[in-house]
Design a protein around this ligand. Structure first.
Ligand SMILES: [Zn+2]
Length: 651
């Protein structure tokens, strides 16, 4: 019987549906089975055997959120599986479902809304596309597509994680719930894909990842819900049922469209299933990104050390430069150099000349900027971003989507002389300050509920081009809010916990990244900068901490000495080699000659650690450290002092 089913499935082109009334997409990697209602009732990772959706009765298709004014029902969810069956059109590797007329149990009559959703089988996985045609008078706020009725746990003896560019959290056995119990029906974890770049579910050897096929134009929110809830505090139920309800983790990607009428196309979204660990999944995002990364001037691609400073007089800049040069600092990252009032943005006087003096001392200057923030300024209130209720999210962030607001900001900043005298800028606009993902101002030049991220990218682009028009050696940086910013920005200042550093470096192998160094954690931060090829940026006056300054100089000259092996390498997946021992953190690289380089830090503040390097193929290593920079042959084990580093070079 199984063979017969297989034959029927493989000859789909001529059979619209199988004997069971299901439609199947399958290749060597995956198998997806949809029923007559358009619900995905089975999804299998064929490379590993994981049945991600395995209980047919939990199958889901799509959801719409359409607030229903007649009974004042804000949360009016239209569930695809409760609608009339769709028409199903089968092409070679694509299924197109068309649902016509939408109704929830709260609605007296059907709304004239059509959702045409397609699923295609591509070499990357399943590609979801869709169009909403709204002829009803009611706005549709979001469409969930895809919508997986369950993400089963592949192996209950091991944890299952979910991750984005910024986070890694547990799904099982301790479901990470980020929203208050008063705001959601079930424990829920959500991620805007703008910042997250992707959402990935994995254990140590298998997973799936959802990501936008192209650079998205909308706000997408991925969500996980643990239904019916926790069994114990923060712990998932282990059984299949609890209190008569089926236990499941539901996964959706909500495309926020704010469609009031007419046709809206969804962003194509890829669901890719794989065998391997987290980094195998991230590789898929790297492969998607055909976008060229910004090319940096040669000076900026060096192992530079930065000092962060705050000034209110131009003379202070020169003082900082004088004290920084002998400490091995290459550049100053400057705050406080401008003020804002009703006439716009003003730089402190004499700053352009002071920057010239820094250059004479071989000290670079990068100015911190905020394009979209304003300070208590009634005339600019019309530019503020508004929430769905027509109130400003904050009194200080203007809307980059509004042409007038954006142009005003660009004009103000374009007038500053210091801006062009400097080596570059680092822009600290937080795209989504105070959860301002969308702007709902009806007086702005955009639609109601327009997404902010794309306009922020547009500002990044305009200002970067402006800066670079003043010299090809100029650089532009951001704060790493979105992965897409790397198309315009040469690099960014990292703002995630150390547990996420490997992922960031792996996603953006060549980008210069500033790592703020805190006085209390200085050695740890310097060592992390070494592990992940970041540029330390001292957030305190380095001159006042001679021990840290001395260690900083030692590590810097060590990096300079081994630049071809250390600074010009490409990071690899962490399982390409391992550094065994207590309290270790490590990273694996290939140098210019394709030899393995393993960088190791002892993170213990008290204990020495004996390190053993393991590789899949036998290899001979030289081990070097800032204390012993020329290196020595490595034999079986090498001891690293507390809060110190070593690097192992394959010969
Ligand atoms: Zn706006």
């Amino acid at each position: 019987m199984k063979k017969l089913t297989a034959i029927i499935l493989f000859s789909w082109a001529s059979f619209p549906t199988s004997a069971q009334g299901t439609t199947v997409l399958e290749n060597d990697n995956l198998r997806a089975e949809f029923n007559k209602q358009g619900a995905l009732i089975r999804l299998t990772n064929r490379a590993t055997g994981w049945e991600i959706v395995k209980r047919k009765s939990l199958g889901q298709s799509f959801e719409l959120l359409m607030p229903w004014p007649e009974n004042d029902i804000r949360f009016n969810v239209i569930e695809g599986v409760k609608q009339k069956a769709p028409t199903i059109e089968r092409k070679a590797n694509e299924i197109i479902f068309t649902w016509k007329g939408m109704r929830s149990p709260s609605m007296k009559s059907e709304a004239d809304v059509t959702f045409k959703g397609s699923v295609s089988l591509t070499p990357e996985g399943l590609e979801y596309k869709g169009v909403v045609i709204n002829k009803s008078p009611y706005p549709i706020e979001y469409v969930s597509w895809p919508c997986l009725g369950e993400v089963s746990i592949p192996d209950k003896s091991r944890p299952l994680y979910h991750a984005t560019r910024q986070d890694t959290r547990e799904l099982f056995p301790h479901f990470f719930s980020q929203h208050g119990y008063w705001g959601v029906d079930y424990p829920t974890s959500t991620y805007p894909l703008t910042e997250g770049a992707f959402v990935l579910v994995n254990n140590a050897d298998q997973g799936f990842v959802a990501y936008e096929k192209n650079q998205g134009q909308r706000l997408l929110i991925a969500s996980f819900e643990l239904i019916p809830g926790f069994e114990l505090r923060n712990t998932n139920p282990y059984g299949d049922e609890m209190d008569g309800q089926r236990v499941r983790i539901q996964f959706k990607v909500n495309q926020v469209i704010y469609n009031s009428q007419g046709e809206t196309a969804l962003e194509p979204l890829v669901l890719s299933l794989y065998k391997g660990n987290l980094f195998t999944g991230i590789d898929k995002i790297k492969n998607r990104d055909k976008l060229p990364a910004a090319v940096s001037p040669s000076w900026f691609s060096e192992p530079l050390v930065w000092q962060k400073i705050n000034i209110d007089k131009a003379s202070q800049l020169i003082e900082h430069a004088k004290e920084s040069a002998p400490l091995g600092i290459d550049g100053l990252q400057v705050r406080g150099w401008y003020s804002k009032d009703k006439d716009g943005v003003h730089e402190i006087s004499g700053l352009a000349e002071a920057i010239g003096k820094c250059h004479e001392m071989n000290i670079r200057v990068v100015l911190e900027t905020n394009w979209t923030s304003i300070e208590d300024h009634p005339e600019e209130e019309k530019y503020l971003m508004l929430d769905p209720f027509g109130l400003p999210y904050t009194a200080s962030v203007i809307c980059p989507i509004d042409d007038a607001a954006r142009n005003k900001a660009l004009q103000d900043w374009g007038k500053l002389q210091a801006f062009y005298a400097a080596d570059g800028f680092i822009n600290n606009d937080n795209n989504h300050q105070n959860k301002s993902y969308l702007c709902f101002s009806k007086k702005h030049s955009h639609s109601f509920g327009a997404p902010v991220a794309n306009a922020a990218l547009l500002m990044d682009k305009i200002m970067t081009e402006k800066m670079k028009s003043f010299g090809k050696d100029k650089i532009a940086m951001g704060y790493g809010f979105t992965h897409q910013q790397n198309v315009w920005y040469n690099g960014y200042q990292i703002a995630v916990p150390p547990s996420q550093f490997y992922k960031h470096r792996f996603l953006s192998p060549g980008a210069p990244v500033f790592l703020p160094v805190d006085a209390k954690e200085a050695r740890k931060n310097i060592n992390d900068a070494f592990l992940f090829q970041f540029n330390p940026a001292y957030d305190f006056r380095l001159k006042d901490y001679p021990n840290i300054a001395s260690y900083s100089k030692k590590v810097r000259s060590f990096m300079q000495r081994h630049k071809p092996q250390i600074w010009r390498g490409v990071i690899q997946k962490p399982d390409e080699a391992s550094a065994l021992g207590d309290n270790l953190s490590y990273s694996v690289w290939l140098d210019e000659k394709k030899k393995k380089v393993v960088r190791v830090a002892n993170v213990s503040e008290e204990n020495e650690c004996a390190v053993t390097i393991k590789t899949t193929a036998p290899a001979v290593f030289i081990v070097a450290s800032p204390e012993n920079p020329e290196g020595q042959p490595y034999r079986e084990s090498f001891t690293i002092k507390p809060l110190s580093i070593a690097v192992f070079f394959e010969q």
